[in-house]
Design a protein around this ligand. Structure first.
Ligand SMILES: NC(=O)c1ccc[n+]([C@@H]2O[C@H](COP(=O)([O-])OP(=O)(O)OC[C@H]3O[C@@H](n4cnc5c(N)ncnc54)[C@H](O)[C@@H]3O)[C@@H](O)[C@H]2O)c1
Length: 363
């Protein structure tokens, strides 16, 4: 079978994980890379063992190639939409790094381009392939909890503000809210079937990133480092969300789902600077709480299966398989637009200090 021909747009930090994953499979060929920093794509391709791949200094040049089937978009957030749309318009399938983009309007534009192209965009949430996250979803899907009415999720780092383009408003647009925040939204919403968001009341702050006592690059810090929100979802469900790159606390919250028949608690692990919460799939213990036949409350510890593969490689493999098998996007924009709409609404709500309505137009 012909090899699937891949290009990478944006050859910075995370592009390396994409290149390494593509390298794992011999039915895939990485044939091109593009980065707007002169020489960066060439150096990247050489360093990752692709000396024969072509390097470009604009995404347009890479997209103009008609012998490329699919691309990974690995630019910083503010360039996700322009690159994804260009790739779709040139007939390529897209694996788009998280978050989907930076505004709801951009998300809508991506979906319109996707519909017109007949190709698909899948969004790069690798914890979807983590067995812990899958176990939580399976328990909810089986109906064990009854009707779900409340979800609490938190992404917690005590001191974990990243550097690079993550803290630059022009490139990242937002901070923890769209970095860890989009993962926590994906984990919680996916676990309960991605219900439509209705309203959002949110708060954001930047007390740590802006303070040189806590963050050495404070003068460069221009995004949020903490956020909290109360999100009303269709089906009369409340999502209680907290997110921190830094705070004077160990964890923001465990992952809790309350239902009419049972409750599920995924305990957050000890904080660590990388994830510091269950949103990457790292769980200290999973507990199901309900009543036994006599009406006595019981707590069952759920065994967690190992994830016997690299979840990042799995997301790349699933993307490639979906293209080859002609199935739809593994992590579709029709779901992730809801994630993006919540982030958008959180930013508006925090800025205007009021609850805002979420309205997602039909595409
Ligand atoms: N899935 C994960 O585990 C994971 C981890 C880290 C980052 N990310 C996401 O990946 C994205 C990139 O993060 P990063 O840390 O690699 O950022 P980075 O700043 O290191 O790399 C981004 C690169 O994109 C290039 N670029 C920007 N606009 C471009 C354009 N129009 N055409 C070509 N190149 C362009 C930049 O010059 C830069 O080299 C972010 O959206 C981030 O949220 C995902």
């Amino acid at each position: 079978m012909a090899k699937l021909r891949i290009g990478i747009i944006g050859t910075g930090g995370i592009a390396g994980a994409h290149a390494n994953a593509y390298k794992t499979f011999d039915d895939i060929e990485l044939v091109a890379g593009a980065d707007i920093i002169p020489g960066k794509a060439r150096k990247f391709l050489d360093n990752y063992g692709f000396p024969d791949a072509d390097a470009y200094e604009t995404h347009e040049e890479l997209c103009a190639r008609d012998d490329i089937d699919a691309v990974s978009v690995c630019t910083y957030n503010s360039a996700h939409a322009v690159c994804a749309i260009a790739a779709l318009e040139s007939g390529k399938y897209v694996l788009l790094e998280k978050p989907m983009c930076v505004t709801l309007a951009e998300g809508i534009d991506i979906m319109k381009a996707e519909k017109a192209s007949g190709k698909f965009v899948t969004v790069g949430f690798q914890p979807r392939y983590n067995e812990n996250c899958r176990t939580i979803k399976r328990i909810v899907d089986e109906g064990t909890l009854g009707k779900v009415y409340y979800v609490q999720i938190g992404g917690s780092r005590r001191r974990g503000i990243p550097g690079g383009t993550f803290i630059d408003k022009e490139k990242a647009v937002f901070g923890a809210i769209g970095d860890l925040g989009c993962y926590s939204l994906d984990l919680s919403l996916n676990s309960i079937g991605y219900p439509k968001p209705l309203t959002v009341s949110a708060y954001t702050s930047d007390y740590f990133g802006k303070n040189p006592k806590y963050y050495p690059e404070a003068s460069r810090f221009s995004v949020d480092d903490f956020s909290a929100a109360f999100i009303r979802l269709e089906g009369d469900i409340i999502l209680d969300y907290r997110m921190a790159w830094a705070m004077h606390m160990d964890i923001c919250s465990d992952f809790v789902i309350l239902g009419t028949d049972a409750g599920l608690k995924a305990k957050a692990p000890e904080p660590n600077p990388l994830w510091g919460s269950i949103i990457g799939g790292d769980i200290a213990g999973l507990y199901l709480m309900h009543d036994d036949e006599k009406g006595t409350p019981v707590t069952e510890k759920i065994d967690l299966p190992p994830t016997p593969y690299d979840q990042f490689v799995m997301k790349v493999r699933d993307f490639v398989d979906a293209v080859k098998e002609g199935r739809g996007a593994p992590i579709p924009t029709s779901q992730i637009i809801r994630n993006q709409a919540i982030i958008d609404a959180m930013l508006v709500s925090a800025r205007e200090r009021c609850e805002v309505k979420v309205e997602i137009p039909e595409i």
